[in-house]
Design a protein around this ligand. Structure first.
Ligand code: DGY
Length: 325
């Protein structure tokens, strides 16, 4: 008789793609949040009791309390995101709980969304769509919905990591001049002729288009505030694919409403999905519901990266997407 192999118990906070869930069911004794609701920390604790693995995403707050309550059995938190600002990393380290995330496989998809936001903000995608849909279009006119072009403009990538570099590749193809701000300059090979700015405030002064692609972190909350928005050239465009909390909503809304900024494209917001309602009233902002990595291929690849990482850990090897330990 085959020796019986006990599958590790796992809880899946959000529904993954069919392919990924099938692979998970084959490996784990899987409990699933069938209705795909966003769970509170207490609900996560209740559902994950007795599990070795918690599959989370950026919508779940994996707090110090959650990790301490689950620590007696929990070995790994695998998050379907590259960002891990929703996880209390210090507690995970302290409790010896491994954290896996999904870098690299989503860089292209996120860069595409950045370009979608940039193009829609610059070429007035929201107003254009509304005009045609509402029936208020009266025909072509030489002065209708004039936007601002990308060619020859300076784009500042704030956060030139894996995603930022893919944005730079695409922006260059549109004829843009690439600038970036990181804590440290990239190697010449990775920088690929982009201009480095060591100081964020100096960098903002050249940004016809500012793209926020830096990883979210509590210490960056409100970093793009009224003073920094005032450093951007007149009629600049702001794109955010990182985390909404990095931008001061009052300051951005004022800059958009007064026309100081030409437009913004936002895929992320503070307090999602309850966004600041004033954004809905502005015509010069293109709004997107946190779709950065939302392609079928990318979500499959993200799920597989977590599964393969866990397979490696159960076989005693360290996967590249393990963040700690
Ligand atoms: C990420 O991967 O961090 C995205 O923002 C989705 O959560």
């Amino acid at each position: 008789m085959e020796p019986s192999v006990t599958k590790p118990k796992a809880f899946l906070c959000r529904r993954f793609t069919k392919n990924v869930e099938t692979a998970m069911r084959a490996r784990y004794d899987l409990r699933v949040n069938e209705n795909d609701s966003i769970l509170s920390p207490d609900q996560i604790i209740q559902n994950t009791q007795g599990c070795e693995i918690l599959f989370a995403s950026a919508t779940e707050r994996i707090t110090d309390h959650v990790l301490r309550e689950l620590a007696p059995t929990l070995r790994y938190v695998a998050t379907l995101s590259v960002g891990y600002d929703h996880i209390h990393m210090a507690a995970a380290q302290d409790l010896d709980i491994g954290i896996l995330h999904t870098p690299d496989v989503l860089s292209d998809a996120c860069a595409e969304i950045a370009m979608m936001l940039m193009l829609n903000a610059c070429r007035r995608g929201h107003e254009a769509d509304s005009m045609v849909r509402s029936g208020s279009w009266t025909g072509w006119s030489p002065t209708q919905l004039l936007g601002t072009g990308l060619k020859g403009k300076r784009v500042l990538v704030f956060g030139m990591g894996r995603i930022g570099r893919e944005i730079a590749v695409r922006a260059r193809a549109f004829g843009m001049e690439i600038h970036y701000h990181n804590r440290r300059p990239l190697s010449p090979e990775l920088a690929a002729n982009a201009t480095y700015h060591a100081n964020l405030d100096d960098a903002l002064k050249v940004a016809d288009v500012l793209v926020i692609a830096v990883p979210g972190a509590p210490q960056l909350k409100g970093i793009i505030n009224a003073q920094r928005l005032a450093l951007l050239p007149e009629r600049a465009v702001l794109v955010n694919i990182s985390r909404g909390e990095l931008v001061d909503d009052d300051a951005l809304i004022t800059a958009l409403a007064t026309g100081r900024l030409f437009a913004a494209g936002l895929d992320v917001f503070a307090n999602e999905p309850d966004i600041d309602p004033r954004y809905r009233e502005l015509d010069n902002v293109f709004l997107s519901p946190h779709l950065g990595s939302a392609t079928q291929e990318t979500r499959d690849a993200m799920g597989w990266l977590l599964i393969n990482g866990l397979d490696a850990l159960y076989q005693g090897t360290r996967p590249d997407n393990l963040l700690n330990n």
